[in-house]
Design a binder for this molecule. Structure first.
Ligand code: 4AD
Ligand code: MG
Length: 460
């Protein structure tokens, strides 16, 4: 039988009086002359179960071994707690130490800096903050699937190894079995001898494969790892991150914006509803007021403006930006923050970007200069979603592939989707870690994924 977790036990007032066994790790121990109070945590929730160990029941030696971080199994009677803030506590009759925890255990203090905790990535999930992040991340995963399943999207598993660079930015990690030892730079690389018989890489996005299924099944979504070899050491970039990519046939940029807005509101509501204890922790200790902020976002209407309007806003702001503003530039994080935090005070969807700063697959507008791109920007973070209506005209797409210096032969199957029963379609990508950042208020993306991968950083 599966035993109850501490989360379940803490609310089980109907079990008061019964004998149970609980396993967990000691968070703290406080002694009086006759009693030791042990705060036991098993990771199932933020709260600890208070264990009352009377010294005439539990041996001196056992109590001595119950240091912070030690693991144990406690058997005893669940009783009503006289203490504030907890319904029940456990009156111990026997304690078995499962694993001692010597004094060089790094998590002795109550609070540690996130920088320090990054160096002990294998232990940090045992802290309140990282436990809460992991639980919120779990809830968001569930919310993502619920949202799409309720809206009749099919989940498709797109490949991680690919021969096409979706974003065309050349930031891919290569996958090869060619031996480095025998590599002779003067002779070039003969990819026909490589495992796949051609150059292959880890995917930067599942979009192109998702489009093949969307143009067969209508509405699909992917949710998987993506990889980018971009050397940007920022608080919002990872080399390995998870992305959610819905793709819809018979949908234009407006339907795509509606979906993105509904989706964000749904998953944020889900977390507020299902992770109350953890969200209160973030609200109090990590990002003050985040619960009210998220509630306001959920009941707001996202601002929708064109890129051209955004540039006007920035140019007339009277502010000096580190990266100067003019029509044609890619928006930098400082610009995105200004627009969301100071001008519109909430999420902003920006559409119709210049074609030269966006990927080849975005639908060209009639002006010949802009594409039907849509980025969703949020306060604190900037871009959280990037998407577009897709170019569904075969010849226009072919011209764009060529104009961007890509090889049409590499995209023959993608072009086929425009040859055989082409349909208007659209989709977007949400960076899952950015969503976890946004929902929790954690400022560094490396703290919302169990093991962050970034340039020069692949420990654990
Ligand atoms: O804007 P991006 O590059 O769009 C695409 O990849 C499209 N193929 C998506 C689509 O239309 N199906 O990336 C989408 C999102 C960004 O908005 C951002 O949230 C996240 O992915 N992202 C990253 N997150 C963490 N680390 C990185 N290096 C990221 N690069 C993008
Ligand atoms: Mg983008």
């Amino acid at each position: 039988m599966i035993k109850d977790t501490i989360k379940q036990i803490l609310t089980k007032t109907e079990s008061i009086g019964s004998e149970i066994t609980v396993e967990g790790w000691v968070r703290t121990k406080r002694d009086t002359k006759e009693i030791a109070f042990i705060a036991l945590n098993d990771g199932s929730c933020m709260g600890n179960l208070q264990v009352i160990a009377e010294k005439n029941n539990i041996s001196e030696e056992t109590l001595h071994r119950l240091t912070t971080g030690a693991s144990c199994a406690v058997t005893g009677t669940l009783v009503e707690s006289p203490a504030q803030g907890q319904a029940v506590e456990l009156q111990a009759s026997a304690i078995e130490v499962l694993g001692d925890c010597p004094s060089d255990y790094p998590l002795q203090k109550k609070r540690h800096s996130f920088e320090f905790l990054r160096e002990i990535g294998h232990l940090r999930a045992r802290t309140n903050t990282f436990g809460a992040v992991a639980r919120v991340r779990n809830a968001l995963t569930m919310a993502v699937h619920n949202f799409f399943q309720e809206n009749e999207f099919f989940n498709v598993h797109t490949p991680l190894i690919t021969a096409s660079d979706t974003e065309g930015a050349g930031e891919m990690f290569q996958v090869t079995t060619l031996p480095f030892e025998t590599f002779d730079s003067s002779r070039g690389i003969d990819y026909s001898r490589d495992f796949f018989g051609k150059k292959a890489s880890l995917t930067v996005s599942g979009q192109l494969s998702a489009e093949t299924y969307a143009t067969a099944m209508g509405r699909v979504y992917t949710f998987g790892p993506t990889f980018r070899a971009e050397n940007s050491n920022t608080s919002r970039h990872l080399a390995e991150f998870w992305m959610i990519e819905p793709e819809m046939s018979f949908c234009d940029i407006n339907g795509n914006m509606d979906l993105a807005e509904d989706f964000l509101k749904y998953v944020l509501s889900y977390v507020l509803e299902n992770c109350k204890e953890d969200m209160e922790f973030f609200n109090k200790f990590v990002q003050k007021g985040i619960i009210d902020d998220l509630k306001a976002v959920i009941s707001s209407e996202f601002t929708r403006i064109s890129y051209t309007k955004a540039i006007e806003d920035l140019e007339t702001s009277g502010k000096t930006f580190e990266f100067p503003v003019s029509w044609g530039i890619d928006l930098a994080s400082e610009h995105e923050k200004y627009l969301t935090e100071e001008v519109y005070k909430g999420p902003v969807i920006i559409t119709d970007y210049p074609k030269d700063i966006k990927a080849f697959y975005m639908k060209l507008n009639d002006d010949g200069k802009t594409v039907r791109a849509m980025d969703v920007l949020v306060p604190r973070l900037g871009e959280i979603i990037g998407g577009s209506e897709r170019e569904n005209r075969h010849d226009v797409l072919l011209d764009k592939i060529k104009a961007m210096g890509l090889e049409p032969e590499d995209y023959w199957w993608y072009l086929d989707l425009r040859k055989f029963g082409s349909v208007p379609h659209a989709g977007f990508g949400l960076g899952f870690e950015r969503l976890v950042q946004y929902a929790t208020g954690m400022t560094n993306i490396r703290d919302v994924i169990p093991y962050a991968r970034s340039a020069k950083n692949c420990e654990f």
